[in-house]
Write a protein that binds this ligand. Structure first.
Ligand SMILES: [Zn+2]
Length: 671
């Protein structure tokens, strides 16, 4: 089961890859015919953009993907070694990884099985005769880590971060967002989606007319669930999503739902008194819809939920059908990724700390961890100085901000304590069965947390991941081993390049603790207001400038970036880059930066950032990103923060009349 916890990440992509030889910035990727003061993104990346094609299997391509590909090659070696190792002890991580990979690659077996491995779940659904059965079966689906109807989760209480709490939330929909069900601009996507749902039912053996009717049923149910759901903007508001009430009151209020039967079937047997409801209106809506939709139609919806979420682990026909809608139609990919890459991603997503442990032993360099740790120290020092020098903030709020900064925990590389997978059975029986058992293992770990204190040593990403996050409830910044590699970090590169990318990434995550969302959590990770009204007003007028700036950017056709949706990420980019710039200056200890390749250190710092965000996107992927993703497209992550920074103006002599220039009263300076 996916955690409902709010985590602000660096990117939303799961993909990541890199040219490990070339330390620092890549001069050959630049286009020096462009004036850096007019379009710094093109200046830093123009030649790369001109000469690079998105691989047919991808919908986006950039630095993150390059590094991910590099990690993938290393993961492949591990997977093949484990699969070939006949001496691995039964029950060991090696045996689990080897068998998982072996059965995942066995396409002959997969074809023979068709959808047989999910037939036990489909049989449970088929037996549903009444509403109590329905809720019990939803629980059974949840215990396998699949989503349906609503989300049930155990996670840190947002107002008491050391205690675990029970959360009820809206479910995930088949389309990327609620507006896809109604907005005129998604009409074509809706038609393709309905066809896709129909095709999945056909693959489950339904006759053509039945499959078409079932698709309509699913669409109608999901449309009603979408109608009761929160949209992307509201989902960034933690206050709106903290609604604590007693279990008794909540269960009575949603009397049509029979949550008592649900909770028993879900195995949540440890006693609890309160629940936190993330989207109360969703449950009010569900409480009605549960009675107006027939049991037969609910069974159709549950069949869809099950087949849809397991399709990519079944036979080729299911995999292709899933690809054709989710990767081709929605994201513009032309070809499927090779099977080994998909299986590798599945294993990383299922038993990531088993795979990650070997990955770290083989490919992670202790020296990199040490150097990045020193950079983190310098970023903290720079951030502290910046807080102290903020003219718009009162001393009393500054003290609170400093306290929060001082308590931010750091996690670098990999967990100190690895997950123990000894109770998890991974066998050579079926690919999807291994996925579902791994999901169940995570589900069981989650359920076992009821009534226990929060274990803040846990990680939310696997070590090979090329990404990073800030977790407000833990007040921590986390950098997996996967991202501490070129081009984000290179032990052989000069400081300017490392601060320009890795330093700014560290600063980005630190700033998330102080963006429009993170600022609502205190030093102990509790959702609690620590600002004076006046300081909050000043903060909001400054962040308002960033919102307006990004609202004005046109990403594709007439589609603008959504300044409110992307506000937290844009604040984090601006703050992170500023902080890292001053941390870089600290590393110079008062000396003038060296000129390399004709660029000062200050100039290389900004070029490195711009090259870190080089991105090519298919139109479809870009449109979905704009509609649903809290991160701005790569080019605006360069143009946006830089045109706010006087440090950039100084480094490249930006003046009024240049396109990157913003007048003083429009320029945002926050952290
Ligand atoms: Zn972020």
């Amino acid at each position: 089961m996916k955690k409902t916890l709010i985590k602000t990440t660096l990117i939303a992509l799961t993909a990541m890859n890199v040219n490990a030889q070339n330390p620092g910035i890549k001069i050959a990727d630049m286009d020096k015919s462009i004036d850096p003061r007019d379009d710094f993104y093109q200046y830093a990346n123009g030649t790369w953009i001109k000469n690079t094609k998105i691989p047919a299997q991808e919908s986006r391509w950039g630095s993150f993907n390059e590094l991910a590909d590099h990690n993938n090659d290393n993961l492949k070696k591990i997977l093949e070694e484990c699969a070939a190792d006949k001496t691995a002890k039964p029950g060991s991580n090696k045996q689990k990884i080897g068998d998982f990979y072996h059965v995942g690659m066995d396409t002959v077996k997969l074809e023979k099985e068709g959808y047989a491995p999910i037939s036990p779940l489909l049989a449970s659904i088929n037996k549903i005769a009444n509403k109590t059965d329905l809720l019990k079966t939803v629980a059974e689906i949840h215990t396998q880590g699949l989503s349906s109807l609503f989300t049930f989760a155990v996670d840190a209480d947002e107002k008491s971060s050391n205690d675990n709490a029970i959360y009820f939330a809206q479910t995930r929909l088949g389309l990327p967002d609620k507006m896809y069900y109604t907005d005129a601009k998604y009409e074509k996507i809706r038609a393709a989606y309905k066809k896709h749902v129909e095709n999945i039912f056909s693959l489950l053996g339904d006759k053509a007319d039945v499959a078409a009717k079932n698709s309509e049923t699913v669409f109608n149910i999901e449309s009603q669930l979408a109608d009761g759901s929160m949209g992307r903007i509201e989902l960034r508001d933690p206050d709106k999503q903290y609604n604590k009430l007693t279990k008794v009151d909540f269960f009575n209020k949603q009397a049509n739902l029979d949550l008592n039967s649900y909770i028993v079937a879900a195995g949540a047997t440890a006693p609890f008194i309160d629940v936190i409801v993330r989207q109360p209106l969703y449950f009010d809506k569900l409480n009605q819809v549960i009675n107006t939709v027939s049991i037969a139609d609910w069974k159709t919806y549950l069949r869809w939920c099950t087949a849809h979420q397991t399709a990519s682990f079944l036979s080729a026909a299911f995999v292709k059908e899933n690809f054709s809608f989710y990767s081709a139609t929605l994201q513009g990919a032309k070809e499927m990724k090779p099977r080994w890459k998909r299986v590798s991603a599945t294993i990383d997503g299922s038993i990531g700390e088993a795979l990650g442990q070997i990955f770290v032993d083989k490919y992670f360099d202790a020296e990199s961890k040490k150097k990045v740790n020193t950079m983190v120290d310098n970023l903290f020092t720079a951030f502290k100085e910046r807080i102290n020098t903020r003219v718009w903030m009162s001393d009393v709020t500054k003290q609170k901000a400093l306290e929060k900064l001082g308590k931010i925990m750091r996690k670098l590389g990999y967990p100190d304590k690895w997950k123990d997978y000894s109770t998890l059975d991974i066998k050579n029986d079926s690919y999807v069965a291994n996925v579902l058992r791994s999901n169940h293992y995570e589900y069981k770990r989650m359920i076992d947390k009821i009534g226990k204190p929060v274990d803040k040593t846990e990680w939310g990403m696997s070590p090979p991941t090329v990404n990073a996050y800030y977790n407000p409830s833990y007040n921590e910044i986390v950098f997996p081993a996967g991202i501490m590699q070129p081009p984000f970090f290179n032990a052989k590169a000069d400081d300017a390049a490392n601060y320009g990318v890795m330093g700014a990434v560290i600063g980005h995550e630190l700033t998330h603790g102080f963006d429009d969302q993170g600022a609502k959590y205190d030093a102990d990770g509790n959702l609690k207001d620590w600002w004076t009204a006046e300081d909050m007003k000043n903060f909001e007028s400054r962040t308002g400038l960033v919102r307006e700036q990004f609202d004005a950017y046109v990403a594709i056709d007439t589609l603008h970036v959504n300044g409110q949706l992307t506000l937290g990420e844009n604040i984090a980019d601006l703050g992170g880059l500023t902080m890292s710039y001053y941390a870089y200056k600290l590393s110079l200890k008062g000396a003038k930066s060296k000129v390399i390749d004709g660029f000062t250190g200050e100039q290389r710092f900004f070029i490195a950032w711009a090259q870190g965000w080089k991105t090519l996107s298919r139109d479809e992927a870009l449109k979905q990103l704009i509609a649903t993703n809290p991160h701005s497209p790569g080019n605006f992550r360069v143009l946006g923060p830089l045109s706010n920074m006087k440090e950039f103006y100084e480094a490249f002599n930006v003046k009024e009349g240049n396109k990157m220039y913003r007048p003083d009263n429009k320029r945002a300076e926050i952290w």
